[in-house]
Write a protein that binds this ligand. Structure first.
Ligand SMILES: Cc1ncc(COP(=O)(O)O)c(C=O)c1O
Length: 427
């Protein structure tokens, strides 16, 4: 069917007018249908959460395997056995990881706060005492990373994502001579929203590149480290070892959590890095905590039993998620291929599909979808300041709605993408 299609840009005016009218009719029909669908929420579905309901009956004991009483104060680093389990999964050694509360985003905020107030293990002074602080931000990226920077008054400097991670030459060129660039964000595995995996080679360059700031940090947010959508379970680069070998051992700070493994609101989050970084983190944390929720950590330990238990559990998530991602791709391919007005990612893991529509039409697509009762993430969300200079990117999140809703929403999105493109080209 798609062979007969021609790029919309090549259509003569009369054909484009007829095409636009057809799509306007299709859109009117969608509006009349009164849909109420939502593709904005990158969160697990109820069925995914059900997979972990075994947690609700755990732990069966108050005592950790080492005999410590999890109900009491203490152990700021978190439960040793759970740390060991996730150290294996995150390619760290035990002393390089700490298990904390439910949210890795909170840990990112905490680490940034500590750096701001006191500086890191290798900082000449607190970041907050610098005249200016900038961060490299691969785009499109995770909106909450950018919001956090804004909150601190940190300037975002964008670099593009490539198929193997951030444009590492662009990053290296920026950080080489500018001491105000103190760090960068990176979602190394199945990036939000583009799905790329940072290759071992790119990670090696990031770990070893010269930086003008002596305390440059890579916020290595491995939120989707284990969240494979195919049987090819891509491994994350082992950034902490790479940085140590390169002589920059304190450069990476690693984050992860079980938010999308067990419960998004009651999981366990992890922070990792060099032994000194973890000790520094714990020392800073100690000013406001006498220990994390170790009962929840023990619950997770009993539930998974081993690192392999976590991997097996992720297979069940994959069975629920993969059909939704396949459906997004099927509809986009069937409806849009050949018109030359959209490109999208086919992620092998993670929670998002990144859709690039005809430049200058993303906001209009989202508006048209809203009129048709389909909520999409606001235009520009994946860029600092919510400003997508090309007005082209739309983040699709198919995990939460049931499959039938994904189908309905994507059929509507396809109509809106074509209508917005046709309108723009007609104008
Ligand atoms: C890249 C990324 N990091 C962090 C988070 C939030 O993690 P947590 O639930 O551990 O705070 C998300 C959630 O969508 C995410 O996409």
């Amino acid at each position: 069917m798609t062979e007969q299609r021609r790029p919309l840009t090549s259509l003569p005016a009369d054909e484009l007018t007829a095409f636009t009218a057809d799509l306007k009719g299709a859109h009117d029909a969608l509006v009349a249908a009164g849909l109420s669908l939502d593709l904005t929420r990158g969160k697990p579905s109820s069925e995914q959460l059900d997979l972990s309901d075994g947690l609700l009956a755990l732990p069966t004991s108050a005592y950790a395997p080492d005999g410590s009483d999890t109900r009491n104060y203490g152990n700021l680093l978190g439960l040793t056995e759970l740390r060991a389990m996730f150290a294996e999964l995150l390619r760290l050694d035990l002393p390089q990881v700490s298990a904390q509360g439910t949210s890795s985003l909170t840990l990112m905020k905490d680490v940034l706060t500590y750096l701001w107030l006191h500086g890191g293990v290798d900082s000449p002074k607190p970041w907050g005492k610098e005249e200016k602080v900038k961060f490299v931000c691969p785009v499109p990226g995770y909106d909450r990373h950018f919001v956090l920077l804004e909150w601190f008054g940190i300037e975002a400097v964008t670099v593009p994502m490539t198929d193997v991670g951030p444009d590492v030459e662009a990053v290296a060129a920026l950080v080489k001579d500018d001491p105000t660039i103190k760090g960068m964000w990176l979602v190394p595995t199945y990036a939000n929203p583009t799905g790329q995996v940072t290759s071992q080679e790119v990670a090696e360059r990031l770990a070893s590149m010269p930086t003008a700031a002596p305390d440059f940090k890579i916020f290595w947010d491995n939120a989707y480290a284990l969240h494979h959508l195919t049987a090819a379970e891509t491994k994350s680069a082992d950034i902490v070892s790479l940085a140590a070998v390169a002589g920059n051992p304190h450069r990476p700070v690693l984050f992860a959590s079980t938010s999308k493994i067990t419960y998004a609101g009651a999981g366990v989050a992890f922070v990792g890095g060099s032994v000194e970084t973890v000790a520094w983190f714990t020392q800073q944390l100690g000013h406001g905590s006498i220990g994390p929720d170790k009962v929840n950590q023990l619950r997770h330990l009993e539930f998974f039993k081993s690192a392999q238990g976590v991997r097996d559990h992720m297979d069940k998530h994959r069975e629920l998620l993969a059909p939704k991602f396949a459906e997004v791709d099927r509809i986009l391919t069937e409806r849009l291929e050949g018109y030359g007005v959209a490109q999208w990612t086919r992620p092998r893991g993670g929670y998002f599909v990144s859709l690039d529509v005809l430049p200058g039409t993303a906001a209009r697509v989202i508006e048209l979808a809203g009129q048709a009762g389909v909520a999409l993430t606001p235009a520009g969300s994946a860029f600092p300041g919510r400003y997508d200079p090309q007005d082209t990117n739309i983040r699709l999140a198919p995990s939460f709605p049931p499959l039938a809703d994904v189908t309905g929403a994507m059929e509507a999105v396809a109509v809106c993408v074509l209508l917005a493109a046709a309108e723009k080209l007609s104008a």
